[in-house]
Write a protein that binds this ligand. Structure first.
Ligand SMILES: *[C@@H]1O[C@H](CO)[C@@H](O)[C@H](O)[C@H]1NC(C)=O
Ligand SMILES: *[C@@H]1O[C@H](CO)[C@@H](O)[C@H](O)[C@H]1NC(C)=O
Ligand SMILES: *[C@@H]1O[C@H](CO)[C@@H](O)[C@H](O)[C@H]1NC(C)=O
Ligand SMILES: *[C@@H]1O[C@H](CO)[C@@H](O)[C@H](O)[C@H]1NC(C)=O
Ligand SMILES: *[C@@H]1O[C@H](CO)[C@@H](O)[C@H](O)[C@H]1NC(C)=O
Ligand SMILES: *[C@@H]1O[C@H](CO)[C@@H](O)[C@H](O)[C@H]1NC(C)=O
Length: 240
């Protein structure tokens, strides 16, 4: 009799545990499959935010408290589903909301897997585009237009071999167009218009045979249009 009672008790216990475990199991598997952001990338993003004078509230979700640890949920960025690496950072301003202050894009150097960076329509008060920019070798889209960048276009941008889209229009960039941009053979869109660029148009643009959009207007370029431009058979928009 006692044995029978124990058996029932045992069965009930197993049943109970099983349900309990499957509930926990369900929750823990969904917990595992949801990737969280990578600590070094989170620190880099927080450093970038600290460097700004005013973010107009655009980065209000970028917080360092317990409830906001997962930077993959912060506004303006997206992480890869499987690895958790940030692959997209879209911080374009929308007047009157914009980021302002001198910035050092190099502080984002830990975002090694970034493919898309959009910082357009902000006010970076003459910040330079650092040589370091050439280390973001996974970049496909780089949009730094309308943001008051100054100084030269670093020739290291020629290292961004996967770049398809480069927009630097309407800044205060000066100096020559670096011939190393001719190494960007995947480039489809190149816009350097409305800056203070000088010197000649490098003949290397003729190598960029994937170009569909080329705009160099609104600068102080001189000399002849290189005949190599005639090799750009994919062009749909040309302004010089
Ligand atoms: C998972 O845990 C949450 C609380 O964190 C709870 O509200 C939810 O019901 C649980 N899900 C399952 C399937 O048990
Ligand atoms: C920050 O920018 C917003 C919008 O551009 C502006 O309303 C606010 O006054 C600025 N704050 C400071 C402290 O300058
Ligand atoms: C992430 O996962 C969702 C579905 O879970 C999918 O629709 C989306 O394409 C994935 N994104 C990437 C970048 O893999
Ligand atoms: C960057 O953001 C602007 C809005 O400010 C948008 O017009 C532009 O298309 C974006 N650039 C890219 C490469 O998506
Ligand atoms: C920008 O940051 C990089 C890396 O953190 C550093 O080496 C460099 O000196 C900084 N540049 C400026 C102008 O602060
Ligand atoms: C760019 O590539 C050159 C070699 O082509 C290399 O010497 C240089 O260190 C690279 N610069 C950066 C910033 O990655």
């Amino acid at each position: 009799m006692g044995g029978y009672f124990l058996k029932i008790l045992f069965a009930l216990l197993v049943c109970f545990l099983h349900t309990e475990i499957s509930i926990l199991g369900l929750n823990s598997t969904s917990e595992i499959s949801r990737v969280k952001c990578i600590e070094s990338e989170r620190q880099a993003l927080l450093n970038f935010k600290r460097g700004l004078v005013n973010d107009s509230g655009m980065l209000s979700t970028w917080r360092d408290d317990e409830n906001n640890r997962d930077c993959c949920k912060w506004k303006g960025l997206q992480c890869n589903n499987e690895t958790g690496h940030v692959y997209m950072l879209d911080l374009h301003g929308h007047y009157p909301q914009r980021l302002s202050g001198l910035i050092n894009i190099s502080s984002l150097i830990d975002l090694q897997n970034i493919e898309y960076l959009n910082l357009s329509n902000n006010d970076f008060e003459g910040s330079y585009i650092p040589k370091f920019m050439g280390s973001f070798t996974n970049l496909k889209y780089l949009d730094l237009s309308w943001s008051r960048f100054g100084g030269r276009i670093p020739y290291e941008l020629g290292n961004l071999s996967k770049l398809e889209y480069l927009d630097l229009k309407w800044n205060s960039l000066d100096g020559a167009i670096p011939s190393q941009l001719g190494k960007l053979t995947s480039l489809q869109h190149l816009d350097l218009s409305l800056n203070s660029l000088s010197g000649e148009i490098p003949s290397e643009v003729g190598v960029l045979t994937s170009l569909q959009h080329l705009d160099l207007s609104g600068n102080s370029l001189r000399g002849e249009i290189p005949s190599e431009v005639g090799k750009l058979t994919s062009l749909r928009h040309l302004e010089i």
